[in-house]
Design a protein. Structure first.
Length: 301
């Protein structure tokens, strides 16, 4: 027999209080039914849900969607905070990963949502290359929304380019002492510290992504440097942020993780001499304190 923890304070939670009676029952059902595994991401048919609840999930899915995701095409339920509230040890975390490791879609959702807690349990998730795991369960609706977002971003970036000829993109050559090259070198140097055989990047290409991060995304050099140093000290993000392109893509998420609190030892003075030597291979990192230094990651459960 499997037991699940339910906090009695749930009944006083404002989100739970405003749910209809059917939605309250459904939420408890999705946490306690036999199909639920330690990850909180599991397969269950719509027919079975309707049979056991006594009503269709469509009647309540909109009420609980902020806490429970329903993927009807794949018959997948994801109770987002299930793992955070149920886990108490690394063994439970391993059981959660083992329950879904055969499904890359479930695995990606789980790892990205619970990265901080997995790191706290010292679970090595660097073996999973997130770039190689497919995006979670695309639907026609979110595919359309994603395409619109990408088109808007492309139009925005194009409008901000300094073009010398209509329809052409100018080639930039960033000087060695520029922030773009310096920050690219900093990231590469910290990667080299963990993997001395890491392939040397095209520094001008990396610098271009830093340029876009500053010019288009309005991020300051100090902020970018702090995020680079923090993410390369983090067990999860350090294994996934291996280029300035990926850094830019995940920048907002990285800042949010930093500001959640905690400390992964990310202080300017805590890097080894080897790291500082590697930074110098392509641009050197700034010395001196940063307002972002020492900010780490934690997950509230």
């Amino acid at each position: 027999m499997t037991y699940r923890k339910i906090d009695t304070e749930m009944w006083a939670d404002p989100w739970f209080e405003q749910l209809s009676s059917k939605a309250k029952l459904a939420f408890i059902y999705f946490v306690t039914n036999k199909s639920c595994n330690p990850s909180g991401i599991y397969e269950i048919s719509e027919k079975r849900i309707s049979f056991e609840l006594g009503y269709d999930i469509d009647m309540i899915s909109s009420e609980i969607k902020s806490k429970v995701e329903w993927y009807p095409e794949q018959s997948i339920i994801w109770v987002k905070n299930f793992f955070r509230h149920q886990s108490q040890s690394g063994k439970f975390a391993i059981a959660a990963i083992n329950a879904i490791k055969g499904d890359p879609f479930k695995l990606r959702m789980f790892i990205e949502y619970n990265a901080g807690l997995l790191a706290r349990y010292k679970i090595d998730i660097s073996v999973y290359d997130m770039d190689m795991i497919s995006e979670p369960y695309p639907t026609e609706q979110n595919r359309t929304e994603q395409n619109r977002t990408e088109q808007k971003q492309e139009q925005k970036e194009t409008s901000q380019l300094d073009v010398s000829l209509p329809g052409t993109k100018p080639e930039k050559n960033f000087p060695d002492d520029s922030d773009e090259v310096r920050l690219s070198g900093l990231l590469y140097g910290l990667i080299l510290e963990k993997d001395p055989k890491a392939k040397k990047p095209n520094i001008q290409s990396w610098a271009d992504h830093i340029d876009r991060t500053m010019r288009i995304d309005k991020r300051t050099p100090d902020e970018i440097e702090a995020v680079i140093r923090w993410c390369q000290q983090d067990p999860f993000w350090g294994a996934n942020i291996l280029s300035t392109k990926k850094l830019r893509e995940k920048f907002t998420a990285l800042v949010a993780k930093m500001k959640n609190g905690g400390n992964n030892g990310n202080r300017r003075g805590n890097f080894s001499e080897k790291s500082r030597g590697n930074e110098g291979q392509i641009g050197a990192g700034k010395e001196g304190p940063s307002k972002y230094a020492g900010i780490g990651e934690s997950v509230s459960v």
